[in-house]
Design a protein around this ligand. Structure first.
Ligand SMILES: [Zn+2]
Length: 314
């Protein structure tokens, strides 16, 4: 995805410092029963999330109109039906000349009656062309999309399990956008988020956090420029959570300014940010494969988002 990139950066492997959500209220007074402890924040299971990344890649390419796209859609919907209060498809279609693209945004909700709602989103489709392959012949092939597509979805699938285990105080909407990466140009991208922003299937959320390309082994997430312009206070929430958890993959400065699914949401008047690591060498090539990603990276992002959501008061 993303056309505008500013600057290039080397990948730097970063160490992972995790602080697990604590559920222990150490009652210091010997003899007196401890206060009822707050329920422990469920632990984001890195391996389970990584399996979800692999499962998506194993289905094959998630290009609109393909059998593997339909099968992945049904699997994702089935997952959310198990872990959320309601999950459904928002089907839509776009045509470009003789090209007809049947697509589905996948929508799920937790605590739908809560007054305050937060939207977490990602794109689940993959790009039909490996535009950035050096080898011309390979450019016509679809990318595997392990990071560009499957990683953000994997984080949200695992978070939904966590939220089932311990409900947040606020409503959580999860939307997986289709048609983000069709391309090759911008007129055929962000199709699902554009459709959703114009036809929201759920009430307008207080804010939206998009996750995209968050599986890179050498994860480094900087604040994204359009997010910082539109909703700096939401960026602040996310980087505060990362700081409190000691999650070193979040770098507290702006690097790239990117067009992604948050832009149509912003255009509709929503506060929306993009959590993305745009320094990914295999981007839009056939090398965007599972081995370039890591469970620890998914967990770093999942832990931060969980902290943001659980910190929201009703
Ligand atoms: Zn892409």
């Amino acid at each position: 995805m993303k056309f505008s990139r500013i600057g290039q950066a080397a990948l730097v492997g970063s160490g992972l410092l995790l602080v697990l959500g604590s559920g222990c209220n150490a009652g210091g007074n010997a003899g007196s029963p401890p206060a009822v402890p707050a329920p422990a924040t469920p632990s984001f299971q890195a391996d389970r999330a990584f399996n979800d990344l692999k499962t998506q890649v194993d289905f094959g390419v998630r290009v609109p109109g393909t059998e593997s796209h339909r099968k992945t859609r049904d699997w994702l919907l089935g997952q959310f039906k198990q872990t959320t209060d309601r999950a459904f498809l928002q089907d839509f279609e776009r045509t470009f000349g003789s090209l007809r693209l049947p697509m589905s945004n996948i929508v799920a909700e937790i605590n739908p009656n809560a007054a305050k709602q937060v939207l977490l989103c990602a794109h689940w489709d993959t790009r039909p062309t490996a535009d950035l392959e050096i080898n011309q012949a390979k450019r016509e092939q679809p990318i595997p999309g392990a990071n560009d597509g499957a990683s953000g979805v994997a984080v949200l699938l695992e978070l939904a399990r966590n939220f089932k285990q311990k409900r947040p105080d606020v409503g959580v909407q999860i939307v997986l956008f289709d048609g983000e990466d069709y391309g090759p140009g911008g007129d055929r991208m962000f199709l699902g988020s554009r459709h959703y922003a114009q036809n929201p299937a759920l009430p307008k959320p207080g804010y939206a956090i998009l996750v995209d390309m968050v599986g890179d082994k050498g994860l480094e997430i900087f604040r994204e420029g359009n997010s910082e312009s539109n909703a700096p206070e939401i960026n602040d929430k996310v980087w505060k959570a990362a700081r409190e958890l000691g999650i070193a993959q979040f770098k507290d400065s702006v690097r790239h300014t990117i067009n992604d699914d948050h832009i149509p949401l912003q255009a509709a008047g929503w506060k929306a940010i993009d959590v993305i690591d745009f320094d990914y060498a295999p981007w839009h090539t056939l090398d965007d494969t599972v081995d370039k990603c890591s469970p620890a990276s998914l967990k770093a992002v999942g832990d931060v988002l969980a902290r943001v959501v659980y910190a929201e008061a009703p």
